[in-house]
Design a protein around this ligand. Structure first.
Ligand code: GLP
Length: 262
């Protein structure tokens, strides 16, 4: 696992955006680059920089197919808290990407199982995901894979924990009851099947989750810890998120990254 520690959120975002753009630009295979994407506040800085780069001609999304991680059940596209709305508002509406290349789970489906099976099949159709970018919740959830979701789970229905509904209530008039109780989400297995996984972890409130991801044992209690078993996992984080790492862990990853640049 690589852990790339940047001074702050802005630098973390720039680092991650340029990493993704490089991967897209260096993609030589005769098929589209397949990119997994998250919502939330963590990726907004990355989306801003990728939009800037797209407008400046530094990266093109014409040959990129995207799959979003998750979607609330019961929110229509036009609801400003649906992840469909978020993704168009914060990213897709500002870049040149063919509409048919965008994939987001349909949280309004009347057959969630069929919808989730369709999603997994479509990912397979494109040859799997090249790079899955993610964020994590304060309880370490990756996509909506809450604590105790199987580390080999596939795309399916997830019940949100009370903790997550309280944390996400800030987007729903501070009322946890207004946060949908369920979501559709890719599984931990779906994410770890990707060639590379890049997870953004920023801020003091994520410090416990970062320590669990990097230093704790692999455990379904912290679903993000599954990344320890992935050969192409990168955590991009900021100093604020490092508060719960031991000093030797922190120094180790700084040394490794310094050596990478030599
Ligand atoms: C939600 C999403 C996750 C996201 C997490 C963290 O629960 N389902 O995919 O990673 O929130 O969000 P934020 O980046 O706003 O802290």
């Amino acid at each position: 696992m690589r852990v790339v520690i940047q001074d702050n959120y802005e630098k973390m975002s720039l680092w991650a955006a340029h990493y993704i753009a490089d991967k897209i630009n260096n993609h030589k295979e005769n098929r589209p680059f397949v990119l997994g994407l998250p919502t939330g506040s963590s990726p907004i800085g990355v989306y801003k920089e990728l939009i800037r780069m797209n407008k400046a001609g530094e990266v093109s999304f014409k040959n990129v197919v995207t799959f979003n991680m998750d979607e609330y059940i019961g929110l229509p596209h036009e609801h400003d808290q649906s992840y469909w709305y978020f993704m168009h508002d914060n990213f897709f509406d500002h870049i040149e990407i063919p509409a048919e290349n965008i994939n987001i789970l349909n949280g309004m489906t009347d057959d969630p199982e069929k919808e989730c099976a369709r999603y997994e099949k479509k990912i397979a159709f494109y040859g799997g995901i090249d790079l899955f970018m993610g964020g994590i919740g304060v309880d370490g959830h990756l996509a909506f894979n809450e604590p105790f979701t199987s580390l080999s789970s596939r795309t399916g229905v997830r019940v949100l924990t009370t903790d997550t509904r309280i944390v996400n209530a800030r987007f729903f008039g501070n009322d946890p009851e207004k946060v949908p109780a369920k979501a559709l989400s890719v599984g931990i297995g779906t994410v770890t099947d990707s060639k590379e996984v890049l997870v953004l972890i920023s801020g003091h409130n994520k410090a416990r989750a970062l320590a669990a991801t990097v230093e704790g044992g692999v455990s379904q209690k912290w679903t993000c810890s599954a990344l320890q078993m992935h050969n192409g996992a990168i955590i991009a984080c900021d100093e604020a998120a490092c508060g719960e790492l031991t000093v030797d862990t922190y120094k180790y990853f700084l040394d490794i990254e310094k050596a990478e640049r030599l």
